[in-house]
Design a protein around this ligand. Structure first.
Ligand code: CDP
Length: 218
């Protein structure tokens, strides 16, 4: 039986993770936050002292051994720090880096960990490139101001001292870079259902997503 795939895409800090993790819990599916993969690469580059603009040198860090360590690295809280966001979005624009992470994501879809019957992935290109065959595609969005305020709260909860202006600037710069890059840009799949969360609470967003998904038979 092929696994069920739920693809959740959207711009920075739109609430994709909240929706995707709630759906995974509800259906007992495996969950992959693909943004963490790019954050991990940004972090590895930073640790190695390699500039994000240097595609070949960054891609060379993704050895088979490094990819094997990836699941442990994804659990590191420092990947969510503000400073890693821009690094992630810069390395994510390079085709060799996207290619190096492709098999990991496709394999997660084809063989969800722990023998789960399905997988929920959130990111920018899940419904378009990673899993165009996904049974359910959601596109989660919200106004930049609301997204910046929500991300501020998350960063503050992690003890980070960043201004809201800096968070908004990071979100706008990443959106622009992610939308305009030639390789796997942030794009709403034509068959994706859009949920605008600007005026919704987290629970209202989850409820809307569950309503969409429960109407689809898989
Ligand atoms: O959590 P947030 O929405 O702020 O970002 P993220 O999902 O952790 O992703 C960080 C960066 O990774 C994004 O700005 C994208 O440049 C990149 N990314 C990507 O290119 N493709 C994905 N499937 C997921 C993330």
């Amino acid at each position: 039986m092929p696994s069920v795939i739920i693809a959740v895409d959207g711009p920075a800090a739109s609430g994709k993770g909240t929706v995707a993790s709630a759906l995974a819990r509800h259906y007992d599916f495996a969950y992959l936050d693909t943004g963490l993969l790019y954050r991990a690469v940004g972090w590895l580059a930073q640790q190695a002292g390699v500039g994000a603009e240097n595609a070949a040198q960054v891609a060379a860090l993704l050895t088979p051994e490094a990819m094997e360590q990836m699941p442990q690295l994804l659990d590191q809280p420092q990947l969510r720090h503000h400073a890693i966001s821009a690094m992630a979005s810069q390395v994510a624009a390079h085709p060799p880096i996207r290619l190096a992470l492709l098999d990991y994501q496709k394999n997660f879809c084809a063989n969800p960990p722990q023998g789960k019957a399905g997988a929920v992935l959130d990111g920018r290109d899940i419904g378009t490139i990673i899993a165009p065959h996904a049974q359910v595609k959601l596109f989660i969005t919200a106004s930049p101001k609301v997204r910046a305020a929500r991300r501020m709260k998350q960063l503050q909860a992690m003890g980070e001292d960043v201004s809201e202006a800096a968070v908004l600037a990071d979100i706008l710069a990443r959106d622009e870079r992610d939308r305009t890059r030639p390789s796997a840009p942030l794009l709403q799949a034509p068959d994706a259902r859009v949920i605008d969360t600007t005026a919704l609470t987290a629970q209202e967003t989850i409820d809307q997503a569950l309503k969409v998904v429960s109407a689809i038979t898989f």
